[in-house]
Write a protein that binds this ligand. Structure first.
Ligand code: IPE
Ligand code: IPE
Ligand code: MG
Length: 238
């Protein structure tokens, strides 16, 4: 593929709220956990497919800080799925030069899952292809509070603190903000996902449920994005 991403009308960073696993399963009279399993398998295929576009950043919302409020069996099932999928996912990712990062808090996750996640991040740290941020145990407000705490702890000079310095204390430090924010599953809300970083993201909502969000659906979202006029408060589209 030639030409810059911008010339080709592509975003640099796509963020996705992977919603609708439960409803996908209910439509098939299956358990919610079955839906999460299919969602997780789909995520693996999706990342492989996405990597071919040459878009450098993909952030996936897999589990929010609020999702702990679900029944214990569902929460445990989701964590088990994450753990089971990590090994294979790491292998595939590393083979494709993909860098894996985690956005969110490590606490509350079982020690062995934390260990596996750290190993995945470490193994893929120097890969130069697509960066995949997995937002797990992630909450946007909690991220902002953490950043504020860290800034106070380090006694950052109040006069040097601006938006760019503040961004450097978020989980996404050093990465561009999302240009395109996709939510599957039909809800039209952010649900505490990247609320700082998405200040100027283009929002795309689709009723398609996550396990059904494949290549054609992604193409539709990207085509829609390429027709948006981004002004960032100015008058000229950028
Ligand atoms: C998204 O699917 C996955 C997680 C939140 C973990 P849901 O489980 O929210 O699916 P619906 O919204 O109930 O269909
Ligand atoms: C958002 O979906 C979180 C993830 C997809 C991981 P939810 O299903 O938790 O969001 P709400 O509860 O409908 O806002
Ligand atoms: Mg949901």
């Amino acid at each position: 593929m030639t030409g810059s991403l911008k010339d080709r009308g592509l975003p640099q960073h796509v963020a996705i709220v992977m919603d609708g696993n439960g409803r996908w399963a209910a439509k098939r009279r299956k358990s919610r956990l079955y839906g999460h399993k299919q969602g997780a398998l789909h995520t693996r295929d999706f990342v492989e497919m996405f990597a071919a576009y040459g878009i450098p950043y993909l952030t996936l919302y897999a589990f929010s800080t609020e999702n702990w409020n679900r029944p214990r069996a569902e929460v445990n099932g989701i964590i088990r799925l994450l753990s089971e999928n990590l090994d294979r996912a790491i292998e595939i990712a590393h083979g494709q030069n993909i860098r894996i990062r985690h956005l969110g808090k490590e606490d509350r996750l079982p020690q062995e899952v934390q260990k596996k996640a750290r190993a995945a991040i470490e193994l893929t740290r120097n890969n130069s292809g697509l960066t995949v941020n997995i937002a797990f145990n992630y909450g946007g407000r909690s991220e902002i509070v953490n950043a504020a705490q860290e800034i106070v702890r380090r006694r950052v000079n109040i006069n040097s603190l601006d938006e760019s310095v503040f961004s450097g204390y978020l989980y996404t430090a050093g990465m561009p903000d999302p240009d395109l924010f996709i939510r599957t599953g039909g809800e039209m809300r952010l649900s505490n996902f990247l609320i700082w970083q998405s200040a100027y993201a283009e929002l795309y909502f689709t009723p398609v449920l996550w396990p059904d969000f494949g290549r054609d659906e992604l193409e539709k979202a990207l085509a829609d994005y390429s027709r948006r006029q981004r002004r960032f408060g100015g008058l000229q589209p950028k």
